[in-house]
Design a protein around this ligand. Structure first.
Ligand code: BGC
Length: 528
């Protein structure tokens, strides 16, 4: 039996998206002779023409014809991702591009009407850096793109929808990538001048800012994780545990400098707030009584989440992360120190650099420690630093993982870690539709609602425990371009027909559930 669960009257419910995943119009918004620099993901996609990735819930779901032709490339949100080694692509997967995506750049009226119909109080979206500053730097802003976003923000506000704006969501201007992207510390200056430009241009209307979405995910692209821009898997062994750490260091400082700019020059008149937006997870030890497994779960927590929170609290990277890197260096006779510590000056910038804390959450993990034998054979430095193994097929129901409890645990952990009275907002939480034509739409809807219900019950519990959470955004507003998964993964509350040039949106079965929740601020008792 389900019981009613209430949320505070002023709680903000909403949905999220990101510019690159929905806007399309890759070459628009540029005036005169200015060249539009494709964002880094764009260039990357176009290089990837002959690969193919797909995800399944469980290894036993790999289509027969692909068995023996696939390579495991990773785990993502309840699925296992495989690459078909010798196949030339189907258009829904990784080589699908985002040139049109949901065509949201041309559909602001439609989208705002849908958000209103859905009953959201907040809409979390991102601005396209390469559209606003086509050269990457702030010397030649693009008036047309600025007007576009001004109009969009005005439309949201006219409909009582509060904008929650991400400055950077995976779409770095290519010109900056060519100079090394986030591995180069010149990015601290580039990002903070972009941020200053945004505060100056939009800050009278935007009161909730997040600087960098999922910096861990961004850093993985610099560590050579397959499918993530800018580097691909083949370079993995070269950059893992090096490029990723350099970029984490620089992203944290870029965030902190942007925060200090806001604090000094804009906050006194604009009265808004700034946060970073890490992705989070909770790792349960495979065996709760095994000390090694417990250490593995602490390693995940600190490598995945602590890495971005601890520097904002103490100015240092987590101790266990530093120890694990030191240990790897000794084992592999590697004398370069890979995770650069912050200087005293930098620590001052970092400590306390957030007005609220935004974060994303999808799934929990179950982990065990990597065996000594494996560590010996492993060449990927970051894998050795983290030295964890995700246990089995975590989408397999015979290995239960409590995503809901994981959410409660991470929220509680964050609230203990962050400064007293920190307010939290969940910028992304969602479940993709089950990708199986044999499963009915009704069953798909049920499983999505069940997932959100599970999370929201825990969220309400945490609020009752005294944790100050002021908002929750469902990923996502509509089906959109899902990076390496192309258009295959569908997270939307609205469905988009990507075969139709007009990209019509239609409500999915879960619409009523969210609509009721958003309006009543109460978890609907029944499931539809
Ligand atoms: C990212 C989104 C992505 C979502 C679902 C998050 O990691 O911020 O861009 O679409 O997960 O996969």
């Amino acid at each position: 039996m389900t019981t009613a669960v209430d949320f505070p009257k002023d709680f903000l419910f909403g949905t999220s998206s990101s510019a690159y995943q929905i806007e399309g119009a890759v070459n628009e918004g540029v005036s005169g002779e200015r060249r539009f620099h494709l964002c880094v993901k764009d260039v990357f996609i176009k290089k990837q023409k002959y690969s193919d990735v797909f995800s399944v819930r469980s290894a036993k779901d790999i289509p027969k014809e692909y068995i023996n032709r696939v390579k495991l490339v990773g785990y993502s949100k309840g699925s296992i991702i495989f690459k078909v080694v010798d196949k030339i692509v189907d258009k829904l997967t990784s080589v699908a591009d985002a040139d049109i995506a949901c065509d949201s750049y041309h559909k602001t009226d439609v989208d705002v009407a849908l958000l209103k119909e859905l009953g959201v109080q907040v809409y979390r979206f991102s601005l396209s850096w390469s559209r606003i500053l086509p050269t990457g730097y702030d010397h030649e802003p693009n008036g047309e793109a600025i007007q576009h976003y001004q109009d969009f923000i005005d439309k949201l506000l006219a409909n009582n929808i509060q904008p929650l704006v991400t400055m950077y969501h995976c779409d770095l201007p290519q010109v900056l990538q060519e100079a090394g992207g986030w591995t180069n510390n010149f990015m601290i200056g580039c990002f903070s001048s972009y941020a200053r430009f945004l505060f100056k241009t939009f800050g009278d209307k935007v009161k909730l800012w997040t600087t960098i979405n999922e910096p861990r995910l961004v850093s993985e692209g610099y560590g050579g994780i397959y499918g993530l821009a800018p580097f691909d898997h083949d370079l993995g062994a070269t950059y893992s545990g090096i490029g990723d750490y350099l970029s984490i260091h620089n992203m944290l400082l870029a965030h902190a400098v942007a925060y200090r700019i806001y604090e000094k020059d804009f906050k006194p008149t604009q009265n808004g707030g700034v946060s970073i937006c890490p992705d989070t997870t909770w790792a349960f030890p495979n065996d709760g009584n095994n000390e090694n497994d417990k250490k593995a779960s602490e390693l995940v927590l600190q490598h995945y989440v602590g890495m971005f929170i601890e520097p904002l609290v103490t100015g240092e990277f987590p101790k266990i992360v530093l120890e694990s890197i030191k240990d790897t260096n000794e084992r592999k006779k590697f004398s370069t120190w890979r995770l650069v510590p912050f200087t005293d000056e930098e620590k001052k910038l970092l400590i306390g650099a957030y007005d609220f804390m935004a974060f994303n959450y999808y799934r929990a993990l179950r982990v065990t420690m990597m065996s000594e034998d494996k560590i010996k054979d492993e060449t990927d430095l970051k894998k050795i630093d983290q030295r964890i193994e995700i246990v089995g097929d975590y989408a397999d129901p015979s290995i239960p993982i409590d995503d809901y409890n994981g959410f409660y645990n991470i929220l509680t952990w964050l609230s203990k870690k962050c400064k007293k009275d920190t307010k939290f907002i969940i910028c992304e939480n969602g479940l993709k539709d089950i990708d199986n034509p044999l499963i009915t739409a009704e069953v798909k809807t049920k499983s999505k609602i069940e997932y959100h219900r599970g999370i929201l019950v825990e969220l309400s519990k945490a609020i009752k425990d005294g944790i100050n959470v002021f908002g929750y955004c469902v990923w996502s507003f509509m089906d959109s371009y899902e990076w390496i998964m192309g258009y295959k993964d569908k997270f939307g509350i609205y469905e988009v027909d990507f075969e139709n040039p007009d990209r019509p949106r239609t409500k999915k079965g879960c619409f009523n559930f969210f609509n009721k929740l958003f309006q009543d601020k109460k978890l609907p008792v029944d499931s539809t």
